[in-house]
Design a binder for this molecule. Structure first.
Ligand code: HEC
Ligand code: HEC
Ligand code: HEC
Ligand code: HEC
Ligand code: HEC
Ligand code: HEC
Ligand code: HEC
Ligand code: HEC
Length: 322
């Protein structure tokens, strides 16, 4: 069994070592697993400070616990995680680990130091440190688990679906519908292009969008997860941000250049057109958003207007019925 310990900064008399995460690794999800090996049974308390809360969490260590596992939320870009181990109120060891959370949402991504690289966890030598206590092999039952707890992924990744809007297959913990169980050298990677994966279930959208002449830039890249979290999010349609914030994360200029949306198509009738704060006649009970007028995937016009074509009045009349 090969176990790699990443020791970053610690006293000579090391009594605690970090198994996960590895220093200077790039991550793509909102969570990070902290896994520690404790070799001094006298250690009774850990304090962990991660980017997200800013504050240190004080965690009691049950007597005799040798491996400590804890899931932490992280911030976008670089995060520094600091762990201190104490024995009867005295700090006996400290470790620091830096990770960077890379995002596709442009104004959240920003530059990251070149020292950060992607270091997958699901490779044999990393997983070996967990197998003694966690089930690491995939069985037939993991493909279509009866309850979330039946999925072998659940004990470690349970936070991934802990949100308001959960994507169908993730809600049922059918993780292996999308993650390849036998991929090599690293397990559970997505081997298909995402769009092919998404369209394998969303066949209606595939047909509908293929008929349109224009595809929206980010959707045309085939990486649907630029905007959608394939697992869960606080926003509808498991969008990574609410619609307006999502659009403005790439189209910041909309706020400066045409905040008022005073385009020619409106000019004949009004100086400007409201783009927020009014009801959306297409979605009773909802407020108007960018997606009320623009299709985020495909359209018959280069301005991605959300309608089926013909006269521009067909577009207006969806909301302004005569
Ligand atoms: C609909 C397909 C799909 C399903 C179902 C799915 N995933 Fe994913 N998963 C993805 C894609 C696509 C990515 C890459 C996302 C990215 O790069 O932002 C990903 C990334 C991840 C990551 C890396 C961190 C992150 O969030 O980017 C983890 C961990 C993960 N998935 C775990 C799971 C678990 C556990 C389940 C079951 C509850 C699951 N996935 C179900 C498509 C899926
Ligand atoms: C000595 C046994 C043991 C080993 C080794 C071990 N774990 Fe755990 N792990 C547990 C137990 C028990 C739990 C349930 C929560 C608890 O009581 O700490 C757990 C919980 C977790 C959780 C959920 C924590 C949370 O906050 O929800 C994650 C993630 C995890 N382990 C990851 C790992 C990883 C990754 C490894 C290998 C690097 C590993 N564990 C090695 C015993 C172990
Ligand atoms: C023993 C705990 C454990 C189990 C079981 C587990 N994972 Fe993970 N997984 C991790 C840890 C730790 C990471 C590193 C990222 C992090 O800290 O959350 C990770 C990362 C990933 C990633 C990102 C790529 C990588 O290799 O770093 C994917 C995708 C993923 N897991 C999918 C799954 C799926 C799907 C299952 C179930 C079939 C599963 N995992 C089961 C602990 C686990
Ligand atoms: C294994 C089949 C499957 C795959 C693969 C899949 N989905 Fe889904 N998706 C579903 C199911 C089931 C639902 C929930 C049923 C529904 O509301 O239509 C859903 C719902 C959605 C919704 C919400 C639809 C609504 O009207 O509320 C979005 C958005 C979505 N999926 C996007 C994606 C993206 C993006 C991908 C690729 C990363 C993807 N899906 C891959 C099965 C799948
Ligand atoms: C630029 C961001 C963005 C990208 C990229 C994107 N989507 Fe969406 N998607 C949205 C938004 C916004 C909505 C909600 C539309 C609304 O409010 O009417 C949505 C809604 C959906 C829905 C449910 C309702 C519908 O319109 O059918 C599905 C399914 C879906 N997307 C799948 C996908 C797939 C598959 C891809 C990749 C080919 C993808 N999306 C790429 C932003 C995006
Ligand atoms: C990840 C970045 C990203 C996000 C998020 C995004 N877009 Fe785009 N959008 C683009 C790119 C790239 C283009 C293509 C630009 C070009 O060709 O000049 C584009 C083109 C457009 C166009 C056509 C503009 C033109 O000059 O022809 C409109 C309209 C548009 N997006 C609206 C939206 C709306 C509405 C949303 C939210 C649902 C959104 N976008 C979200 C990146 C993004
Ligand atoms: C009431 C409908 C409506 C709403 C709401 C709306 N737009 Fe527009 N948008 C339009 C129309 C109409 C045009 C002009 C299309 C043309 O010139 O053909 C346009 C143009 C644009 C363009 C420039 C396209 C080009 O041709 O250069 C972008 C980018 C854009 N909108 C983004 C957004 C964003 C981001 C939001 C949300 C903050 C939004 N729009 C909300 C109707 C709307
Ligand atoms: C997604 C729905 C939607 C679409 C599409 C739309 N509008 Fe509107 N429009 C609205 C709403 C909502 C208001 C505000 C009504 C109110 O205040 O009660 C509005 C207001 C207006 C006003 C009054 C502006 C003012 O100063 O109060 C005019 C004129 C107008 N729209 C013209 C158009 C034209 C022309 C088009 C097509 C190019 C169009 N609209 C497309 C929803 C829409």
């Amino acid at each position: 069994m090969i176990v790699i310990f990443s020791r970053i900064q610690s006293a000579d008399s090391a009594v605690m070592s970090v198994i996960q995460p590895r220093n200077n690794s790039v991550i793509t999800g909102r969570f990070l697993t902290l896994s520690l090996r404790i070799t001094d049974p006298g250690i009774d308390t850990l304090t962990v400070s991660s980017g997200k809360s800013g504050r240190a969490q004080v965690l009691p260590v049950p007597k005799g616990k040798e491996t400590f596992c804890k899931v932490l939320p992280v911030n976008f870009r670089a995060n520094e995680i600091e762990v201190t181990a104490s024995r009867s109120g005295k700090i006996v060891d400290t470790a620091k680990i830096a990770v960077s959370y890379r995002s596709d949402i442009s104004n959240r991504s920003g530059p990251t130091g070149a020292e950060f690289t992607w270091k997958p966890f699901h490779v044999e030598e990393r997983e070996a440190a967990c197998g003694g206590c966690h089930r690491m092999n995939v069985t037939a039952g993991d493909l279509l688990p009866k309850t979330p707890g039946d999925s072998m992924c659940y004990p470690c990744h349970k936070k991934i679906t802990d949100n308001k809007s959960v994507h169908g297959p993730s809600a049922r913990w059918e993780c292996l519908r999308c993650h390849e169980k036998d991929s090599k050298p690293s397990r559970f990677v997505i081997t298909n292009t995402e769009a092919d994966l998404c369209f394998s279930c969303h066949t209606g959208e595939k047909v509908l969008w293929a008929k349109k002449k224009y595809m929206h830039g980010p959707a045309a890249t085939g990486k649907c997860s630029i905007c959608h979290d394939p697992h869960a999010s606080p926003s509808r349609y498991t969008l990574k941000l609410p619609v307006r914030q999502l659009c403005l994360s790439c189209h910041e200029n909309v706020l400066n250049d045409f905040k008022k949306h005073s385009f020619k198509v409106f000019a004949s009738v009004a100086e400007e057109h409201p783009i927020r704060g009014v009801r959306d006649p297409k979605n009773p009970g909802e407020k108007i958003t960018c997606a009320s007028c623009h299709n985020p995937h495909a359209s018959v016009t280069p301005a991605m207007l959300a309608y089926e074509g013909g006269s521009i009045y067909n577009f207006c009349n969806q909301c302004h019925k005569k």
